[in-house]
Design a protein around this ligand. Structure first.
Ligand code: FES
Length: 157
């Protein structure tokens, strides 16, 4: 798991704590650069700017929700190129399909994205069964991308 910075966001650049190697089955990348206009009466972040960056708090909250999952890392990143659908996350693992999910609404979706992350880590291919997809995941999927070595059994028509 990545180390926590003073602002509560996990830093992928911080040295990993020493310990035995463990199989990493999934990473959830969370964009901490996404911005959206501050809602009426909404607090959080710098009160002197007219926007909020929902990914910052979301990354820390998601890491907390998945703290017991030794094989899932939550990694903050700068921009996943889905900037109009703040905030955005990506489910990534070696040899699995990658999912990009947008419209994640801060702490309201922490439990759902954590549930999806557990299902993703447990899956063989990364493709989640419809029944395993929480509502925020179903509604927010922007794209899925095959693993590097994927080759279709037949050419697309
Ligand atoms: S700033 Fe978040 S996806 Fe671009």
């Amino acid at each position: 798991m990545a180390a926590a910075r003073e602002d509560g966001v996990l830093s992928a650049l911080a040295p990993a704590p020493a310990g035995p190697a463990r199989p990493l089955q999934a990473s959830v990348f969370v964009c901490v650069s996404c911005r959206r206009p501050r809602g009426e009466g909404e607090t959080g972040g710098d009160p002197n700017v007219p926007h909020v960056e929902p990914g910052r708090g979301f990354a820390a909250a998601l890491a907390g929700a998945l703290a017991d999952e030794a094989n899932i890392d939550v990694v903050p990143v700068e921009c996943l190129a889905v900037c109009r659908r703040a905030c955005t996350v990506a489910f990534v693992a070696p040899e699995k399909w990658t999912y990009i999910v947008g419209d994640v609404e801060g702490e309201a979706h922490v439990a759902e994205i954590a549930t999806a992350a557990r299902a993703y880590a447990a899956s063989e291919t990364g493709i989640l069964r419809w029944a395993d997809r929480p509502p925020a995941f179903k509604k927010g999927v922007v794209a899925r991308v095959p693993p590097t070595a994927f080759r279709p059994e037949r050419a697309p028509t």
